[in-house]
Every structure is written in C-alpha cells, then in structure tokens.
Write a protein that binds this ligand. Structure first.
Ligand code: USQ
Length: 381
C-alpha cells in the first residue's frame, strides 16, 4: 500500500513514517517546515534538534534499508499535491499537515488568521486533489477530541441520533471548541463530511486527545530519529511539559484548579490507531469518526502521578497552581467513548507509574537542553 503522510516532519508524522515502513508500507511524505518556522519565531524549539527531512531519511535508509521519499511542499498547493498523488500512486493519505497549537492560534490576529487559512485550506486542498486524482483514495484526517469540548452529556464517537418532535435522524455530534485551533478542526470535519456526501469520498476522522511520549518503539537508537518533542507552552502537551518541569525543578504548571479532564494517548498507540484506520477503511461516501485516546485523567491526577514517579528517581517535584491562561471549563462532566479502537484490537499502553518512571528516565538524558524560559504560559485568552 502506498501511503502519503502530510506533515511528515511533525511529532506524529515522523514516528508514523518509521512505524509504517517497518510494517511493510511504502511511505511518501510532504512537509513545508511551517512548524519549525513557528517554533523558531516563538522561541519554542523542540527538546532535541533533528535533521531536515532529506538528511533524516538518508540516515534512516542507512540504518534500516527502508526508503522514505519526501517532498518539501505546501499541501495547500492543489496542483502540486495532485501531481504527487499521481506520481506516487497513492491509495491512502494521512493528513497531519495542520498548525497544531491552541495557544499559537490565540496569540494574535496574524497567528489566528494563519491557523484558519492553513488548517482549513490544507484540508480543502486534500479534498480537491483526491477528487481529481482518485475519489476512492482513503483520507485519514487528524482531528481532535477538543472538537467536542466538554459537554454535559456523554461524548459519542462522532455521531449522535437525535429524536425531535417524533422524528429521528443521525447527525455529527455537537461540537463546541475552546480555541481557534480546535475550531479549525471542526471546520475540517464539516468540509470532509460535505464532500463525503456530495463527491462520495472515503474519510476517517480521528478525534485524538493530547499525546505524550518521547520513545518510538522499534526505531533505531539515534537522536536523528527522535520525534520533535516539545515542552514549551505553545507546542508542548501537558504531560510532556510536566515531565520536563519535574526534571528541571520547575513547579508543575497546573492551569486553574486542575480539574480539567481529557482523554490521553501514548505516541506509540496513536501510531497503531492510524494503522488500524488504514486497515479498516470506510466505504464510498462514508465518514468514520473514531475517538483516539486510551485513558481519561484530570490535570491534577497527571501532576500527582508525575510527582510520585519523580520521587521514585530521587526528584522532589512540586506543583504550582497558576491562574488559567485559557478559556476552558475547569469543573465539568466528562465521559467520552473510545470503544472503536479497542474493538479493532488496540492494546493500549497504560500510563502508570512504571511507564512514567521510564519516560522520565528517557527524557532526563536531555535535561540539560530544557530551557526554563520556554515553560511559563506566554499566551492568554
Ligand atoms: N494544561 C495545564 N498545564 C499546562 C499545559 C496544559 O494545566 O502546562 C491543561 C490545559 O489547560 C488543558 C489540558 O492541560 O486543560 C490539556 O492541554 P494540552 O496543552 O496538553 O492540550 P491542548 O492545548 O488541548 O492541545 C493538544 C494538542 C492538540 C490536540 C489536543 C487534543 O496540542 O494538537 O488536538 O491536545 S485535546 O486536548 O483533546 O483537544
């Protein structure tokens, strides 16, 4: 199977490329390095500097014998994208080429406008290129659990049956995000669903929770192959940040009262979920939505677990409750379903003390690179 990863330079994109090539897929990737540019411009560089794609893929070929072909291109360029789809005879597109940071999307008008144009524009471009190339090509699109927000009802996997005045129908589950970034993902979902109905596209939309982890299981042991792991306030997800904070003696930055609950997932499980999505493609005109997380935690619970893992490796970490820089509910009901991937055979990696201790040990190799200036929240909304 010929798979095209859009956003192959990202935290998920590069590990996914290694994971899929090792499992026998032919992988091609596209990236325009926007995430690296934004990281430089906002002083939010990743923990470990990684080579540019050509150097990385050359090195990977040397280590493993697997070739990963990459293009430096902007996915919003429909004709360039269509040409790549044709040249590489692509059957499955994994669309990760979006600006992934909620704080960055809320920084100012320029960053908000960029986020809308980039995220919705790249999804529109993928749709148009697929319609022209081959409407049967499966689009796997990375959405977010944040599309649903924190409703006071159970969160289904994408759809809800509504009974109204004696009649019933099935609709997209109500969505109400708490940042512009998350809102662009809602817009993507609406666009994709429109083109499933009108052009018969085959789409899987993955509602992913915050991802954590640095180690990619099975990857060659060389820094060049590490994911771009962030601990800054802009690109860093909460658990990755807490681990780095504990290792450098910075009190863990719990936002608000810390009751906010989300569905979390290990990086390696996220890769497996994407492969399960490839293997279980929807039919023509169908949009399958899967909730991609494995465990629910409040921010307070994560902080407590990091404190306890830190103490096991001799670190006396502390917590600091900061005024919440975000517009989000802190005390809320949260019950989200995630049966879909379990039913397909996902065997989740549990976030427990054993995992956390080993995670902290792995990250501690790079402790000297953690810059405390990148940790405190710089963007408020
Ligand atoms: N949080 C803290 N302290 C911190 C950082 C975050 O308490 O230092 C809290 C936030 O207020 C939030 C929760 O932790 O309640 C999760 O925050 P996050 O920064 O880990 O995740 P978020 O900004 O929502 O975005 C991340 C990814 C995004 C993905 C999303 C999934 O950056 O690309 O879509 O996780 S979800 O959160 O389910 O929408």
């Amino acid at each position: 199977m010929n798979v095209l990863i859009l956003g192959i330079d990202g935290y998920i994109g590069w590990p996914l490329a290694m994971f899929l090539t090792e499992r026998g897929y032919r992988v091609v990737g596209i990236d325009n390095y926007d995430r690296r540019r934004i990281a430089r411009e906002t002083d939010s560089e990743a923990l470990v500097e990684t080579p540019l794609l050509q150097e990385r893929t050359d090195k990977y070929l040397g280590f493993t014998g697997f070739e990963i072909k990459t293009y430096q291109e902007d996915c919003k360029n429909v004709s360039a994208l269509k040409k790549i789809l044709e040249t590489e005879a692509i059957d499955t597109i994994i669309h990760l080429a979006e600006q992934p940071s909620a704080p960055y999307s809320m920084k100012d008008i320029e960053s908000g406008s960029y986020t809308i144009a980039n995220n919705v524009g790249s999804t529109f471009s993928v749709i148009q290129a697929v319609i022209q190339h081959n409407p049967k090509c499966h689009i796997i699109k990375l959405g977010t659990m944040g599309e649903y927000g924190t409703p006071n009802i159970d969160i289904e996997e994408g759809w809800i049956d509504v009974n109204h005045n004696g009649r019933s129908d099935r609709f997209l589950f109500p969505r109400q995000a708490s940042s512009l970034y998350h809102t662009t993902k809602i817009m993507d979902t609406d666009l994709l669903w429109f083109y499933c109905r009108s052009a018969g596209l085959r789409v899987t939309d993955l509602m992913q929770g915050p991802v954590y982890g640095l180690e990619v299981y099975g990857a060659p042991n060389d820094h060049a192959f590490l994911p771009n792991f962030h601990y800054d306030d802009i690109f860093g997800t909460v658990l990755n940040r807490f681990v780095c904070q504990a290792l450098t003696g910075i009190p863990l930055t719990v936002y608000g009262n810390g009751s906010q609950t989300r569905g979390y997932i290990n990086l390696n499980d996220a890769l497996r979920c994407i492969e399960l999505s490839i293997l279980n493609a929807p039919g023509e005109g169908e949009m399958v939505i899967r909730n991609q997380f494995t465990q629910l935690f409040s921010v307070n619970k994560l902080a407590e677990m990091v404190l306890s893992a830190a103490s096991k490796i001799g670190i006396d970490a502390t917590i600091s409750q900061l005024p919440n820089p975000r517009f989000e509910k802190e005390d809320h009901y949260y019950h989200a379903k995630n049966d879909s991937f379990n039913d397909l055979g996902l065997q989740p990696t549990m976030l427990d003390q054993e995992f956390l201790t080993s995670f902290m040990n792995t990250v501690s190799t790079f402790s000297s690179r953690i810059d405390p200036k990148k940790v405190m929240p710089r963007i408020k909304w």
